[in-house]
Ligand binder design. Structure first.
Ligand SMILES: Cc1ncc(COP(=O)(O)O)c(C=O)c1O
Length: 395
């Protein structure tokens, strides 16, 4: 097995040793190669100034193209269908401007139960923006069965189905092919928030037929805090001129962009949704990690992830009498790397004891501890250490 762990910086615990880092679902670790990727751009900026847009080793104007093929492979898309731009919630809004087109009859948005708050705020504010009562416009469903039942009953009033790939709190992975099929069968548009799925699950967005998807790159994708986000728009929308969009010059056809003419002509595909020119330093950081993903391949990473998470589950099950439960589905097909553990009593106290013992994981109100072995850098030893320290931290 190639040792990808040694290609990452592992944060140190108070005793100077490597900590047990199981928080890739929140912020991935720094690839050792990031510095060189960023320094190349700093050097080109230092030596070339504005000329770097054309003459940098990797010219900045088409720089985002360096990520296109890899991103497409990562999410199972065609190159035309993906772009890196902005941040996740911003991309979600941009997508809804185009793909949430409510009418008096069909105006509701369905999201998964306990969707990440930013998504809830985004969908409610979009409904309100279009003049609808947000409280009456957003429905939640626990999963695929409930979604299909709701669509069978009231599908005519639903404009958009927006589900997570993996729920941030429970760690439950949704069957995205089934969600897309169900939504489309009832005339809805279907989008996914892949914040917890990108770099975690094998994705086939083109085949599944999602209309759009958005994701961040700072979790499993190790792009660094606040790094630039990803966006997918299905090929069927690539050349649609009837869709409204919030346009900016970077979405304009690059062949004629610098003629600086007043009328907007969209670049075909996802790139046509770009607004501003992208932050090169963030793209450089992301390239370092995406090169590792490409080298390892998602199929291999996912197989390793299933093993690691299954091993974590088996160690925790040995202590099933200690007053905690795993809320993440037991079926590996219905989860990614993360296990969410419901603890009895104050979760914060358990988390603090773990932190003092050199374990980095996180917690979500009211009682969930989230733990994720990231297959690029976590090992069986990390999981052994976590299990011992977790049981001790339960008190
Ligand atoms: C599922 C999900 N959606 C949206 C967001 C918000 O991301 P951003 O701050 O990059 O817009 C997050 C952040 O953790 C998330 O986990």
């Amino acid at each position: 097995m190639p040792d990808y762990r040694e290609r990452f910086h592992i944060p140190r615990a108070a005793d100077g040793g490597e900590c047990v880092y199981l928080c890739g679902h929140s912020l991935g670790l720094q690839p050792r190669s990031v510095r060189a990727y960023i320094e190349q751009e700093l050097k080109d900026w230092e030596l070339l100034g504005v000329v770097g847009h054309y003459r940098a080793r990797h010219p900045w104007i088409p720089y985002n193209k360096l990520l296109t093929e890899q991103t497409a492979r990562l999410v199972g898309a065609k190159p035309l269908e993906v772009v890196t731009m902005n941040s996740l919630t911003v991309n979600l809004h941009l997508m809804m401007v185009s793909f949430y087109r409510p009418t008096r009859q069909r105006y509701r948005i369905v999201v998964e139960e306990h969707a990440f708050p930013s998504d809830q705020y985004a969908v409610k504010s979009q409904a309100q923006f279009h003049g609808f009562d947000p409280a009456a416009s957003v429905e939640t469903v626990a999963g695929e069965d409930e979604l299909e039942e709701l669509l069978d009953r009231e599908g005519d009033s639903i404009a958009l189905v927006l589900m997570g790939g993996v729920n941030y709190s429970s760690g439950r992975a949704f069957d995205m092919a089934r969600v897309a099929r169900a939504g489309h069968a009832h005339g809805c548009l279907v989008g996914f928030d892949l914040a917890h799925a990108a770099g975690n699950l094998v994705l086939k967005l083109h085949e599944w037929g999602a209309d759009f998807a958005v994701w961040c790159t700072y979790k499993y994708l190790n792009g660094g805090p606040g790094c630039i986000a990803g966006c997918f728009v299905h090929e069927r929308h690539a050349r649609r001129e009837d869709l409204p969009r919030l346009a900016g010059w970077w979405g304009h056809d690059p062949e004629t962009r610098f003629r600086m003419e007043p009328d907007f002509h969209a670049t075909p595909g996802a790139e046509g949704w770009q607004v501003s020119n992208p932050p090169i330093v963030a793209l450089a950081a992301l390239r370092a990690s995406m090169d590792l993903f490409d080298e390892a391949g998602m199929e291999w990473l996912r197989a390793r992830s299933v093993d690691l998470t299954g091993y974590l589950e088996s160690l925790l099950d040995r202590h099933a009498d200690r007053g905690f439960s795993i809320v993440t589905p037991r079926d590996p097909e219905r989860r990614g790397a993360q296990l969410s553990i419901r603890v009895a009593g104050p979760v914060r106290a358990v988390w603090e004891r773990l932190a003092a013992a050199g374990v980095v994981c996180d917690w979500r109100e009211p009682d969930i501890l989230r733990v994720a072995p990231a297959p690029l850098y976590n090992t069986v030893e990390d999981i052994d250490r976590f299990a011992d320290r977790f049981v001790a931290a339960l008190g």
